[in-house]
Design a protein around this ligand. Structure first.
Ligand SMILES: Cc1cc2nc3c(=O)[nH]c(=O)nc-3n(C[C@H](O)[C@H](O)[C@H](O)COP(=O)(O)OP(=O)(O)OC[C@H]3O[C@@H](n4cnc5c(N)ncnc54)[C@H](O)[C@@H]3O)c2cc1C
Length: 143
């Protein structure tokens, strides 16, 4: 997602607000920072891991259509298509946990599709490995 620096700047703003709230008492502000930031940190990891589908899937093409025409789709059908995910993450201060809520359906679909794709490529690798080992065995045994 390329959100490392954005997230770091948000950290600064949030911690600064907490220092104001807790009158510069670091011992109180630090645990509050963890409490307040944890849901967004977890949401950012979830978004980073699962926003993009693996290539070679139908969802991958949908992903590109969403990137290319996301803004137009949002203007035409705002309820069906929220603002594009990457735009929400990079150009707004909407918390990552809210963005994850908005895009939960998409993330679930990507997770499912990536899992299927991984199983497929594992099976392919496994079959290839079995076939090549069998051939090697036959070759060595002169079968
Ligand atoms: C290879 C790479 C590519 C990246 N690409 C991108 C990108 O394209 N876009 C993006 O947004 N982000 C990117 N990131 C992530 C981004 O750089 C980090 O998320 C961001 O810098 C984190 O900022 P920070 O201030 O929280 O921590 P840091 O930048 O790690 O700053 C922490 C500072 O604290 C200092 N420090 C640590 N311990 C102590 C101590 N005990 N006492 C005193 N000082 C201490 C460290 O020396 C460091 O200077 C990338 C990171 C890497 C490694």
């Amino acid at each position: 997602m390329g959100q490392g620096c954005n997230a770091a700047f948000e950290d600064v703003v949030i911690f600064n607000t907490l220092l104001d709230e807790y009158l510069d008492n670091w011992a109180e502000a630090l645990p509050q920072f963890t409490l307040r930031r944890k849901p967004d940190a977890h949401a950012l990891v979830e978004l980073s891991d699962n926003a993009s589908p693996m290539s070679g899937t139908l969802l991958f093409y949908e992903f590109f259509i969403r990137i290319r025409f996301g803004q137009i789709l949002h203007q035409l059908f705002p309820k069906r298509f929220p603002k594009p995910l990457f735009q929400l993450a990079s150009e707004t201060t909407i918390p990552y946990s809210e963005i994850l809520n908005t895009y939960q359906n998409w993330i679930t679909r990507v997770k499912r599709s990536n899992k299927r794709q991984m199983v497929k490529s594992f099976r392919l690798e496994w079959n290839f490995s079995v076939a090549s080992h069998t051939m090697l065995y036959c070759f060595c045994k002169n079968i």
